[in-house]
Design a protein around this ligand. Structure first.
Ligand code: GMT
Length: 373
């Protein structure tokens, strides 16, 4: 099949998932055309059947706000017309689903049928999309998509709760390439980070408010009082400078490292002993799944779709949002006994395997096939 994929090319989970999906489909012989404003971060290296089409939004003195959605819809039409595209799969509803609707209408006038799949990822529904600034357009374009998918049962429920739509939503959970993440930890790297065998605690996110990165630091400080540890903070975003200032003011400052944006997170996760994700909401929590694939137990909140991947007392622990004391106690509970720890580790990997690339990608392929017969 010739498949066009639209996503955000940045470090957000939706862009990561869309890129990994495109790469997996290309491996299976499909031709994949990414349409984005920048090369997706996980799209490195050469792939014979992956093509990247950049959306350019020219500036013009009249435009205080350059019309990206119009440029995107035009790019979609161009890519479809010139590459024999069978279907368009857009990730994150805003503004991709409405641009897809526009492209579909333009192509229909030219006598071409373009099936559109919209995958809902999280804040496009729970935060930004439900705001009345966007809600009418998001509602309409979801209804107009040929197929609507959500990355968790929770996100499906949230969509029906927040929008007046009648369209069926198919849940296709996010996936992970186990082999890529399940690597042996590099001893020299581990020693460099934790020279005295301290535990290595990792958090990765785009440092938005809802990720509650300050909770990560507080959990770590409580844990560090009982078990000597190091904290690696991966990613960047609006909250980073405030969090950096906060960590500079505390005693454990030297034990906390900000690694910034990292493309090769699969090289870092294997040295981690524990992954922290105390988010206010996660539709799914792809970062936690990738940690589990690297055999790292997860301490998270029980918000949103996290209970669909993190099993309390089995692959890690879950607590109410903001309960940093319970989260740090659970971290101590996992890390203080070697045999308990090893059980959590292998449980995490076993759980991640349920979301393995080979189990989930065929679900998208089956969906595509049903649309182009
Ligand atoms: O929160 C992010 O990291 C970005 C955001 C996005 O939409 O780009 O991620 C959402 O999609 C991911 C992939 O499906 C999910 O794993 C995240 O849980 C979800 N984030 C939220 O719901 C806050």
């Amino acid at each position: 099949m010739n498949i066009a994929i639209v996503c955000y090319p940045t470090f957000g989970g939706s862009g990561v998932l869309a890129t990994e999906l495109g790469k997996a489909l290309a491996e299976k012989g499909h031709n994949i055309h990414f349409i984005t404003y920048q090369q997706p971060v996980r799209l490195s290296g050469f792939h014979a059947n992956i093509f990247y089409h950049e959306v350019r939004v020219p500036t013009y003195p009249l435009f205080d706000f350059p019309p990206y959605e119009t440029a995107l819809a035009s790019a979609m039409v161009d890519v479809v017309n010139n590459n024999n595209i069978d279907l368009l799969h857009v990730h994150y509803a805003i503004p991709h689903a409405s641009a897809a609707y526009m492209a579909k209408q333009i192509l229909a006038k030219q006598g071409k049928k373009l099936p559109v799949i919209t995958t809902l990822h999280g804040t496009d529904i729970t935060l930004v999309g439900r705001d009345k600034t966007y809600s009418p357009v998001v509602t309409f374009s979801m209804e107009e998509s040929d197929v609507l998918t959500a990355v968790s049962e929770n996100l499906k429920e949230e969509t029906y709760r927040n929008f007046k739509i009648t369209k069926p939503i198919e849940v296709i959970h996010n996936f992970v390439d186990i082999h890529r993440f399940n690597k042996k930890p590099v001893a020299a790297f581990k020693k460099l980070i934790a020279p005295n065998h301290e535990k290595i605690i990792v958090h990765a996110s785009n440092f938005r408010k809802l990720k509650r990165v300050k909770d990560v630091v507080e959990i770590f400080m409580l844990l560090n009082k009982k078990i000597p540890s190091k904290l690696l903070l991966i990613g960047d975003g609006p909250e980073r400078s405030e969090i950096e200032a906060f960590t500079r003011s505390c005693d454990d400052c030297g034990e906390i490292k900000f690694l910034g944006k990292q493309e090769q997170i699969e090289d870092i996760l294997p040295i981690a002993d524990l992954f922290l994700l105390p988010s206010e909401y996660e539709s799914f929590g792809l970062a936690a799944l990738e940690a589990m694939a690297a055999e790292v137990p997860v301490i998270s909140t029980n918000a949103g779709g996290l209970p669909e991947i993190n099993i309390n007392g089995v692959t890690g622990y879950m607590s109410n949002v903001g309960d940093v004391h319970e989260m740090s106690e659970n971290a101590v509970r996992i890390l203080s006994d070697e045999s308990t720890y090893l059980t959590f580790k292998s449980n995490a990997l076993a759980q991640a395997k349920k979301f393995g690339i080979n189990k989930i990608v065929p679900k998208y392929e089956a969906l595509y096939k049903s649309l182009i017969v």
